[in-house]
Design a protein around this ligand. Sequence first.
Ligand code: DX5
Ligand code: ZN
Length: 225
Amino acid sequence: MTFDRSLKIAPSILSADFANFGAECRAIEAQGADWVHVDVMDGHFVPNLTFGPATCKAIRPHIKGVMDVHLMIAPVETYIQAYADAGADVITAHLEAGPHIHRTLQAIRATGAKAGLALNPGTGIEAVEYLLDLTDLICVMTVNPGFGGQSFIHSQVEKVRKLRAMIGDRPIHIEIDGGVTPETAPLVVAAGADVLVAGSAVFKGGSVDRPEVYGQNIRAIRASV
Ligand code: DX5
Ligand code: ZN
């Protein structure tokens, strides 16, 4: 993965047809998705359950580009190698998932994957400063994690602006996750974000039989910024 700050749309397959992940991944990439975002939930760190490493491994051959795995699990370190072996290009862990996020980011990089650091809406940015040299992506949660289709939390736009200033010239992506639509995307891109996760806003109205709707939805987000 080479670093650049161009806008990337990362559809979350949390909003895809769960009986058809392979075809859904192929469809969104064919319709202009840049990355594929996989939301891993454990029913403990967040009140919902989704994909284990075996599912990620099964999906991997259907993704040509970047597989972006967002771990909403605690403990997290136990599972890093399994998701790396499943083919994740980016592995993101939450700052709130345990006391040793520094070690977690080191462990992610040791697998060869890019290391992502996610922040819940209630978390400040002070703790990020001493983690910057270990971080390839900061994921700003603009909803409380656990479910798709929630409303964007506007107070996070200021957080994005502050993080962008803190990052300076370092090659670190700012990813936005939750409530991204053509209405909210321009706010976070203006504040410095370059990766937009979007679940419901990409998948709504479409299907593998009507993939052109995914394309329209992706283009609507791109055109809004
Ligand atoms: C929330 C997940 C998000 C979510 C986004 O816990 O991390 O990736 O699926 O869904 P939308 O775009 O529908 O808010
Ligand atoms: Zn996510």
